[in-house]
Structures are given as C-alpha cells and as structure tokens.
Design a protein around this ligand. Structure first.
Ligand SMILES: Cc1cc2nc3c(=O)[nH]c(=O)nc-3n(C[C@H](O)[C@H](O)[C@H](O)COP(=O)(O)O)c2cc1C
Length: 222
C-alpha cells in the first residue's frame, strides 16, 4: 500500500457519525485524506481524485438497505467518466439494525462498480448496531470483544493490500437469537409508541391510508 496514494471517502452527511469514526480508525493506520461526500453541487473533483488514487476506502451508513443515494450518484458519475486502472477498492457500511444481510447490498454495489470499471474489489466490512455508537469509538460497541479485533484485522488487510473476506465480519456478528429479537422489537415498538404519544398522536388510530379507504367507502368511490 502506498500511503500517499490513499483516498478515504465518507458517504454520510454526518461528519461526526459512525461512518466517519470507522474511517478515522482506518486513517490512523493507513494515513491518507478523508473526503466528505458533498451533499450538493458537482462531484467531478471527487471522481478526479478517485482516478488518481491507488487505494480507495468508502465508509457510509445504510439508508434503506444500501448506501445513501448520493454515493450511488458518485459511483454512476465515476462509471460514466471511467479512466480507472486497477485502483484497490474497500468498503465499509454500518446500519442501525443488528444484522448483516440488511446492510450487505452496499458492498455488492461497490463490488459491481469495481468489476465493471477496472478497479480491483478488495472486500469490505459490514457493521451492525452502528446507530447506537453514534460516532463513539468502536470499543463502546455492544459486541466489542468480537468486533474490535475483526475490524482491526480488516485494517491490516488494507495495509497489506490483500483481499478482506466476508467471513471476517460475518463470524464476528452472529445474528441475534429469537428471544433477543423479540425483546429488541418490543423495545423499538415501545420507542415508536412513546414518540407518537409525545407528539399528540393516538398509536391505536388507523393510519392515513386506512382512514382514506374508510372515507372512500362512505363516499362511494374506490
Ligand atoms: C434515511 C435513513 C435511512 C436508514 N435506513 C436504515 C436501514 O435500512 N437499516 C438500518 O439498519 N439502519 C438504517 N438507518 C440508520 C443508519 O444506518 C444508522 O443510524 C447509521 O449508524 C448512521 O451512520 P452515520 O452515523 O455514519 O451517519 C437509516 C438512517 C436514515 C437517516
């Protein structure tokens, strides 16, 4: 790995969030500059920097089961511009849910982008329960005993310029069991119900579409 040639892209609009924290953890070891994805305006300069980089590491949050749309836009623009020649690409994605499979699509996007544009896909790291960290160090993660060594091994793979296997993050984050899932969903429902009440809504009330359906029935329309 050529340290001067490393590019770190943060795909979260939150500069002090979990994606940025993970990227800074990588940067401490690898060096390189962090680029925050601009939320508006041209992405041309970023694509130019990507074309010049030797290794690119992208870290972003999971928004509805994949990376945020602005990152997808960057990948699309980079595909149109082309001009890549073997840049090594690593990805990191973190989501709120304690699962891997719901966030993994982000890495699949990067893999396809790399394969179709002459970059070298080197693997990635999926982190669940990233929202609870909210930018705090990885050592505060509920599952830190497994996550910290796995993520640090991922960083070593970047430094050595080798492929990072999915098994690294998969083995560190077994899916929660049935009981934990039940408790977790009850807790999330409790939070939603409390918030609805806090803002003066009735949690038992039918939603807009059901109400509309009833109104339409009464009015005789479909
Ligand atoms: C618009 C939006 C969509 C989200 N969608 C998901 C999702 O589909 N699955 C999930 O686990 N977390 C989802 N989250 C939670 C974020 O992935 C989570 O808070 C993450 O830690 C944010 O990373 P950041 O601190 O780097 O911004 C969503 C958050 C937002 C704001």
């Amino acid at each position: 790995m050529n340290k001067s040639n490393i590019m770190l892209i943060c795909a979260s609009p939150r500069h002090k969030g979990t994606s940025a924290m993970l990227l800074e953890r990588v940067q401490v070891v690898t060096g390189g500059k962090i680029f925050f994805l601009p939320q508006r305006g041209s992405l041309d300069e970023l694509v130019l920097a990507m074309q010049k980089a030797g290794t690119i590491i992208i870290s972003g949050p999971c928004y509805i089961n994949t990376y945020p749309a602005r990152l997808i836009e960057l990948l699309e623009l980079a595909s149109i511009k082309g001009n890549f020649s073997g840049q090594k690409l690593y990805g990191i994605i973190n989501g709120g849910m304690p699962y891997i499979h719901t966030h993994q699509h982000g890495l699949i996007c990067l893999k396809l982008f790399a394969e179709q544009n002459h970059l070298s896909w080197q693997g990635g790291f999926v982190l669940g329960i990233g929202a609870m960290l909210d930018g705090k160090p990885l050592e505060k993660h509920m599952n830190r005993k497994r996550i910290v060594p796995a993520f640090d091994k991922f960083i070593r793979n970047i430094v050595e310029g080798v492929q990072s296997p999915n098994s690294l993050y998969e083995e560190a984050q077994p899916p929660p069991g049935k009981l934990t899932t039940r408790i977790f969903t009850k807790f999330l429902t409790f939070l939603v119900v409390n918030n609805l009440k806090k803002y003066g809504h009735d949690p038992e009330a039918p939603n807009y579409y059901l109400r509309k359906q009833e109104e339409d029935k009464i009015n005789g329309s479909h």
